[in-house]
Design a protein around this ligand. Structure first.
Ligand code: BGC
Length: 374
């Protein structure tokens, strides 16, 4: 089954079946054109055997396992060797993995960082050796060694979550007030600035006019952050919030959770420490299998689907272009400043997932089988 999936993925990539959005700035460099004489990923003209370092943050979360496996399969189908490493959410481990990749002759590095601020020194070594660096999903900050960034439109992820809560609670027409609590991810992950601020751009006006009330008073990003996006930390923070603010029968109407691993902690806390008949509207992101089961059971209202196949295939196009001295595809050059300037980016499109469209998004597209969600 795994093998078949890998072959299908590779085939999809070779055929250029990518579904990334046009993004805000329009695609400034086209994806490799099938009609030109240029060698395509996966053909024998690809420089065979060149090594690509792929650094992923952790195996703990389902999505990074998928990202890593997709990247490896697609790179190999395109004729490259992939050195895939997982950093166990430990910064020194990721740094030493990158040092090894550089020493072992990797020609391009693809990095989903654990902490976007901690790779400056090791990436200076990459720059010295002219090894291009592609920041994968999470932007690497304050390093001029970052050549490109491939991710999903993270602001759009946040606004979709905020809009979902606004619409589910009918904030523009119902009198309210409604009680809401907040949770986001790791403070070292630049993505939370886009997820959380994007959602707040929708919800803050309702906090300001009193239609939304946060009983715990915890609305600041630094306060609602969760180290390593950990489910157990999310759960214990919410157990405290529930016992201090909702134990007297006060209803909780909504929880803005930036992703599925934190949403899962919230749902676990609700199961153990909340008895009100009003069950909150909870957001998430990633369409993790554990969460999809909760979503189907009505314990989470929405997630955001980020098709990791699409992102991986776009990154393989980028790698292939770099290996061949061509311009990698980008569609945004003015959103992601890593402190050294704007990083040319490719933003893929996130899609809202609910109980109404999950079959079409996840099962019909072959992302999951029906059995996996049972
Ligand atoms: C990713 C999310 C993921 C989170 C936790 C973020 O950087 O964009 O998809 O849920 O990290 O791993």
């Amino acid at each position: 089954m795994k093998k078949l999936l890998a072959i299908l993925l590779a085939l999809a990539m070779v055929l250029g079946l990518t579904a990334c959005s046009g993004g805000s700035g329009g695609e400034t460099t086209k994806a490799p054109d099938q009609t030109t004489a240029a060698p395509q990923p996966g053909t024998t003209a690809a420089p065979t055997g060149e090594k690509v370092g792929v650094a992923m943050p952790t195996k703990d979360l389902q999505r990074w396992n998928e990202d890593g496996a997709n990247l490896k399969a697609m790179l190999e189908a395109a004729g490259y060797e992939a050195d895939l490493q997982y950093g166990a959410n430990d910064i020194p481990t990721q740094v030493s993995q990158l040092e090894n990749m550089i020493a072992n002759g990797c020609k391009v590095l693809v990095i989903a960082s654990i902490d976007g601020d901690s790779l400056g020194t090791v990436l200076a070594q990459a720059k010295e050796k002219n090894i291009p660096v592609i920041a994968y999903d999470r932007l690497i900050m304050n390093s001029d060694a970052v050549s490109y960034y491939a991710t999903f439109d993270n602001w759009l992820v946040g606004t979709k979550q905020g809009e979902f809560i606004r619409d589910a609670l009918k904030l523009d027409t119902e009198a309210g007030p409604f009680n809401i609590e907040f949770i986001t991810g790791d403070p070292g992950d630049n993505n939370i600035n886009f997820f959380f601020d994007g959602a707040m751009s929708v919800l803050q006006p309702y906090l300001d006019n009193g239609k939304l009330v946060c009983k715990s008073g915890q609305t600041e990003k630094a306060v609602v952050a969760t180290a390593n996006w950990a489910t157990d930390a999310a759960q214990s923070r919410f157990e405290n919030i529930l016992s201090s603010n909702y134990a007297d029968g006060t209803p909780l109407h909504a929880v803005l959770a930036s992703n599925d691993s934190t949403a899962l902690g919230v749902e676990n806390a609700l199961a153990s420490s909340y008895t009100n008949d009003v069950y909150p509207v909870i957001t998430g992101q990633d369409c993790d299998i554990a969460i999809m089961k909760n979503l189907i059971d009505g314990k989470q209202a929405m997630s955001v689907f980020k098709d990791t196949r699409t992102l991986a295939s776009k990154v393989v196009e980028m790698v292939d272009a770099l290996m061949k001295g061509k311009e990698p595809p980008v569609n945004d050059t003015e959103t992601y400043n890593n402190g050294t300037g704007f990083i040319p980016s490719f933003l893929c499109e996130p899609v809202s997932c609910t109980v109404d469209n999950y079959k079409e998004l996840l099962i019909d597209s072959g992302y999951y089988t029906e059995d996996q969600l049972k």
